[in-house]
Design a protein around this ligand. Structure first.
Ligand SMILES: N[C@@H](CCC(=O)N[C@@H](CS)C(=O)NCC(=O)O)C(=O)O
Length: 234
């Protein structure tokens, strides 16, 4: 089997990557024990979809964390979800979609569209770039992200509405986890990697946000993030 290389955006705030999708893939690779090289890349532009993460394996480049995980499951014969019932698999996909297609955009708004967070963000998320390219790239990157936020629709809401949207997702995640150690019981599954990638990236940031406060208000989610980190990022 050829060597697998996974490309991730850089880390900050004690996390391996500031990108929830990169952190999710890294967590999945650790969970399944697939041998690989993890490479940090300052921008997503080397990826086949110009987004991070991406992998290279046996001469192929594959982009999108979900496509990559589907590929890895098939190619390496791993599946942390194999013990789940069909109903649980349906719930797992719904949780993933809520986190990645909705809550993610609340996080993006907190990071890029909140003036007091911008300087902190610039020096961490773009912090691995040398100063001059960073100063040139930062406003361009920010304009691009604002366009994405508006295109998605999240950026059309007021700050209060966005906070309320994110809080409902966080409350739903806390209710789904309940008092279990992992989302589907006693053993971690892919859903835990998805949730960790996103929740840790809200909880650990160096600025306050309504979402961070919302997670802090759910002791089970805070314990979950700590439990995941202790197990896979000791
Ligand atoms: N659906 C993709 C989303 C990846 C994604 O949005 N990555 C962000 C970083 S968190 C990115 O590279 N954004 C750059 C851009 O959109 O220009 C996945 O699961 O990998």
């Amino acid at each position: 089997m050829g060597k697998l290389v996974a490309y991730h955006l850089p880390g900050a705030w004690g996390l391996v990557s500031v990108s929830p999708f990169c952190l999710k893939l890294d967590a999945f690779l650790r969970m399944t024990g697939i041998e690989h090289d993890a490479v940090t890349t300052p921008t997503p532009f080397g990826g086949p979809k110009r987004k991070a993460p991406w992998i290279e394996h046996e001469g192929r480049k594959i982009g999108d964390s979900t496509h990559i995980i589907l590929y890895l499951k098939e190619r390496f014969g791993v599946d942390p979800n194999q013990a789940l019932s069909e109903e649980q698999q349906g719930i797992a996909l719904s949780i993933q979609r809520m986190i990645e297609e909705n809550l993610y955009w609340v996080m993006v708004n907190d990071r890029w569209n909140t003036p007091e967070n911008w300087p902190i963000l610039k020096s961490t998320v773009l912090g691995s770039l040398p100063r001059l390219p960073r100063e040139l790239l930062a406003p361009i990157a920010r304009r691009g992200v604002m366009k994405q936020l508006a295109g998605h629709g999240m950026g059309k809401h007021s700050a209060q509405e966005i906070a309320a949207i994110g809080t409902r997702d966080i409350d739903a995640l806390a209710a789904l986890l309940g008092d279990k150690p992992w989302f589907f019981g006693d053993e971690p599954t892919e859903t835990d990697a998805v949730a960790y990638g996103q929740l840790a990236n809200i909880h650990s940031v160096g600025f306050s946000s309504p979402m961070k406060a919302s997670i802090a208000g759910h002791a089970n989610l805070v314990s979950f993030i700590e439990r995941f980190a202790a197990r896979y990022y000791p």
